[in-house]
Design a binder for this molecule. Structure first.
Ligand SMILES: Cc1ncc(C[n+]2csc(CCOP(=O)(O)OP(=O)(O)O)c2C)c(N)n1
Ligand SMILES: [Mg+2]
Length: 1004
């Protein structure tokens, strides 16, 4: 038999090009073998054969443009039998297995089984009569003695079974029905008719906004399907639960799911907070007045509070936000007003490790101020979240296991009578067994399909719906689209005490979009609706627009006097104002007086100290300043001892919401492990992502709680930006203010820890965040000047920047601060020392961090042994120098007629002689950043390559940043510049045993 292979539905595309033909006439192919590859402007995709057989005819070639229905090839079905046979064989095996299994069940004799430890509960009913007796007994108890007694008896029985080692009951999940039974649902006081209309307008305007933007340019993008699935979840919150910040109340904090932003704009439009002009500027943010693609406080600082669009960051930040709220309350810094943190998430998003990674902490810390709402539309971007399983059940298991209050909102009210009427138990059985891939298809394919595929499986269920039309069946709604069910769940969540709550709501992706995008795999990407789609959408939600208005994709807003607008505004008024809205009424913190830092300006003499130690001392001093002390939030994952901070344990205590229930093993010691309900240190445990989330919560407390805090998070510098870079980026967006301290920094300075620990690039990563100011100081006085200025700029002057400072664990003596260098330290470099003795040849020696000390030592050798004088510059921030250089260069290029301005680097170096040698404990690109702003020859030495464990001395030799290499390379550079003969460098290379044949360290 001859069969034709045609191009199937390829979505939005017309006339796409064939870029590969993967078969030729005569080829024997199997079903699903690719025939051709198509390429559109966005992607390429293979077209598989729907049949097995031999290619008879090939009807296309490379370069042809094809569309849905184009004939690709013809084949005969010669070999397909083999394929079919394989399939049949598989089926036979399955059937046989099933028989064996059933036989086993038949043969099963319970008397033969004595005790078997921890047997999983059986799924098959081998004695239905007995089962019924048990269930009847249970129902009797419920009826006569109430649910509490029934619960008690069940628990008793389970304990008994455990004790006997008999069963492992499957308590991870509950049946696939709503957690709250209809009779226990709290009833919404709202006017459902008006709310329904408001919701329809918001849905319409959200979709219209995206479609209009894409008319301007399809480059702009946007999402319709996500908000379409979540509209009810947001609306019920907005109308009844979420209290805004105002002068009487701190406000609930809502983390909106990033790509549902169109819905928030659409609501704000009805509220009169966003104009039609702004709606027309969705995702056009370059000129002011546009609406940001997703929640970005940086771009809409008066609107968005929380950046959430990078999946997984919302949940972890939300958890630590809720915890930080409790921290502030327990420390007496914030009034307990029973505010809540609500976090909206996608079911696909739950796959991110960050999404589930901190749920244990939330339960442990009894965060009953936290409510997660997971919108389970069963789809992510490409397809089903768990086609073969059930995401709702899986999540229930994880959250129940962690100790959360789990509320499943699966079925809407139309299902209630059916569930009640089903006495056979078959309905819940069918609900339990059906997988998400099937549930998804059912919402794409209509009532008749549901009748056949869902109810059709069992006669009892067919009978149950026999009087219902296909349309009635289609109306059987999902919980997340039913305002009554959602209200009941939200109400229960807000009443819950002692644990966080997760509401797992089942919805339909692209709800209401019909054929253009309801519950189909391409829904997520759908951002264009044609006229028919729009008319359908209008009709589906009864939006009062004429056909003409729909064709023009007009927005709909009823008059200010309409009952809808009055209702919507009244609801928000009752709830204290609008959401989201970002503001800050925090008081500034006066920077501490200079004398707090005075001791660091003096030389330490013989005494050696690391910059980490200096920092810890500085913090200790700051704890004596009455303005700063209460606001300091020291955050450490689990390295306080590494950084010498254990003294803080006793001094200010470790925050523990339950205080300390035990006498610590080291209670006798000075630095005993003291946990305290009002403890100040956040000792997070080994979670950099958690620690960073705490830091963000503290660093944005000025807007979320109207209290300026000073978070100082110390971490292994290698496990900072590299580990939690995405959170650091979000912190920039959120306008976090605080200190990140990369401790034990420097690829050769950390020494013994090896490849994964030794950091030679965190500054490069920090430099990529526009509002992050970073420094790599060498001496305690530099650190003190930098830290004090950070306090002043961020917490007194309220600049929206945050600081990254590296500190090291190498001990050395610290000199006295030279006169008048404060400004220059802050700008990024200052002249530390000048050699002028011999005066002939000069070099500019630039160093940062601990390697500055190698440069200082090298300068001495160069001067004493080779007659080369150095100007030694301490570079506290190559990153800041770079920023200044870029800005100055740009200004000059934009103003070619004006007198050229000089970059700070140029100002420092232009009148100085000799080539530049720049050295650091970081990769060369760190110091190379300032190369364009010097007019001199520039040589950089750095630690490019993987670190490894050894002594500092050996490591510096290996990476060629020790004083010997600096001397040898400097002499060689001078020879290259023809300022010196080659003898000196050859002499030095020999003297220091520098192996010229050693490979470049990146290759080792
Ligand atoms: C970290 C990260 N990875 C990938 C994406 C791209 N992305 C945006 S939405 C999406 C699918 C989201 O699915 P789901 O969480 O189920 O949300 P839904 O739209 O279905 O509500 C993906 C992968 C992202 N935003 N963030
Ligand atoms: Mg989803």
């Amino acid at each position: 038999m001859t069969q034709s292979i045609i191009i199937p539905d390829i979505g939005d595309f017309e006339s796409v090009e064939i870029i590969e033909v993967l078969v030729k006439v005569g080829d024997q192919i199997n079903k699903d073998d690719p025939i051709v590859t198509l390429e559109s402007d966005k992607s390429s995709v293979e077209v598989p054969s729907p049949f097995s057989g031999k290619i008879l005819e090939l009807n296309v070639k490379i370069g042809d443009k094809v569309s849905k229905g184009t004939l690709l090839a013809k084949l005969t079905n010669g070999v397909s039998d083999v394929y079919e046979k394989k399939i049949n064989q598989k089926n036979i095996t399955v059937t046989e297995e099933k028989n064996i299994h059933q036989d086993k069940v038949k043969d099963f004799n319970p008397n033969k089984i004595k005790k078997v430890f921890a047997q999983p509960s059986a799924k098959d009913d081998i004695d239905p009569v007995e089962t019924k007796e048990w269930i009847d007994s249970l129902n009797n108890v419920v009826e006569n003695d109430g649910p509490t007694r029934a619960s008690y008896l069940l628990n008793k029985i389970i304990s008994e079974a455990y004790a006997a080692g008999l069963v492992l009951p499957d308590t991870k999940t509950t049946p696939y029905i709503n957690t709250i039974p209809p009779e226990l649902e709290a009833k919404s006081p709202g006017d459902q008719n008006i709310e329904k209309k408001i919701r329809a307008y918001i849905r319409w305007n959200a979709a219209a906004m995206v479609v209009r933007a894409n008319k301007i340019s399809s480059e702009l993008g946007g999402h319709i399907g996500t908000f379409a699935s979540a509209a009810t979840l947001y609306d019920v919150g907005m109308n009844h639960f979420w209290r805004a910040k105002n002068k009487n109340f701190g406000g609930d904090l809502i983390y909106f799911q990033g790509h549902s932003s169109p819905g928030m704009y659409a609501r704000a439009f009805l509220e009169g907070r966003i104009t039609e002009k702004q709606l027309n500027r969705f995702r056009q943010e370059i000129d002011s007045g546009g609406l940001s693609s997703y929640p970005h406080p940086w771009l809409m600082p008066k609107f968005w509070q929380f950046p959430t669009v990078s999946m997984g960051l919302g949940p972890i930040m939300g958890i630590y936000q809720a915890r930080f709220m409790k921290y502030l309350i327990n420390r007496g810094l914030l009034k307990d007003e029973e505010r809540k943190v609500w976090v909206f998430l996608g079911d696909g998003e739950m796959d991110e490790p960050e999404s589930l990674g901190a749920i244990g902490l939330a339960a442990r810390e009894k965060l009953d101020n936290l409510i997660f709402v997971i919108n389970c539309n069963l789809q992510r971007l490409d397809g089903p979240v768990r086609g073969n399983g059930k995401i709702i059940q899986e999540l229930e298991g994880s959250f129940r296991g962690a100790g959360w209050n789990v509320l499943k909102v699966i079925w809407g009210s139309y299902w209630d009578p059916l569930i009640k009427a089903d006495k056979s138990g078959m309905l819940i059985k069918r609900m339990n067994e059906c997988v998400d891939g099937e549930y998804q298809a059912m919402k794409a394919k209509g009532g008749a399909y549901v009748r056949e595929k869902f109810f059709g499986k069992y006669p009892e269920l067919k009978e149950l719906i026999s009087s219902m039309t296909d349309n009635d069946i289609w109306k059987l709604n999902r919980g997340g689209h039913d305002p009554h069910k959602v209200y009941a769940a939200y109400y229960a969540a807000t009443q819950n005490q002692g644990s966080p709550t997760v509401i797992i709501a089942k919805t339909v992706k692209g709800y209401g979009m019909g054929k253009s995008g309801e519950s189909i795999n391409t829904t997520h990407q759908q951002k264009k609706l044609d006229e028919q789609d729009l008319l359908y959408y209008r009709d589906r939600f009864n939006v009062p627009l004429t056909d003409e208005q729909v064709k023009n994709i007009e927005f709909y807003k009823p008059s200010e006097n309409s009952e809808e607008i009055r209702y919507l505004k009244e609801r928000r008024k009752q709830l204290g104002g609008f959401i989201p809205e970002r503001s800050s009424f925090a008081k500034r913190i006066k920077a501490p007086p200079k004398d707090i830092f005075e001791s660091f300006m003096q030389a330490t003499g013989e005494k050696e100290m690391s910059t980490t130690m200096a920092l810890v001392r500085m913090l200790t001093n700051l704890l004596r300043d009455q303005n700063v002390a209460p606001r300091l939030v020291p955050i450490i994952p689990d390295e306080a001892r590494t950084f010498g901070m254990e003294g803080f344990f006793t001094k200010i205590g470790i925050y523990a919401h339950e205080g300390q229930k035990y006498e610590p093993v080291d209670s006798e010691q000075l630095s005993s492990y003291r946990e305290d309900k009002s403890g100040q240190v956040l000792e997070e445990g080994i979670t950099e992502a958690g620690a960073m989330s705490s830091w963000i919560a503290a660093a944005t407390a000025y807007t979320n709680h109207d209290i300026e805090m000073i978070p100082v998070y110390l971490f292994y510098s290698m496990f900072g930006f590299q580990r939690i870079g995405d959170l650091a980026w979000a912190a920039g967006d959120a306008q976090a203010r605080g200190f990140l301290i990369g401790a034990t920094a420097g690829r050769t300075t950390l020494a013994g820890e090896g490849l994964q620990h030794q950091d030679g690039h965190s500054h490069i990563l920090a430099s990529m965040i526009p509002n992050c100011v970073s420094y790599d100081p060498t001496f305690a006085y530099e650190l003190a000047v930098i830290f004090r200025e950070g306090l002043r700029r961020m917490h007194e002057k309220n600049e929206n920047i945050f600081y990254y400072i590296t500190v090291m664990n190498e001990n050395y003596p610290h000199p006295e601060k030279p006169e008048g260098v404060d400004e220059e330290i802050l700008k990024g470099m200052y002249l530390f020392k000048e050699y002028k003795n011999k005066g002939k040849i000069k070099i500019q020696l630039l160093g940062s961090g601990t390697i500055l000390r190698e440069a200082i030592a090298a300068a001495k050798i160069l001067s004493e042994e080779y007659g080369v004088d150095s100007d030694i510059w301490s570079v506290t921030s190559f990153n800041e120098l770079r920023k200044n250089g870029m800005e100055t260069e740009r200004k000059n290029l934009l103003n070619p007629n004006n007198k050229k301005e000089k970059s700070y680097v140029e100002e420092c170096l232009e009148k100085r002689d000799g080539p530049i040698i720049a050295v650091s404990d970081y990769v060369r690109s760190f110091s190379d950043q300032i190369r364009p702003y010097t007019k001199k020859s520039f040589y950089s030495l750095g630690t490019d390559g993987f670190g490894r464990s050894d002594t500092r001395k050996n490591l510096r030799k290996f990476f060629e940043v020790d004083k010997e290499h600096i001397v040898a390379y400097t002499l060689s550079a001078l020879a290259k510049e023809q300022l010196l003969g080659t003898d000196s460098s050859e002499k030095a290379l020999k003297k220091y045993n520098i192996d010229k044949n050693k490979a470049f360290p990146t290759k080792l």
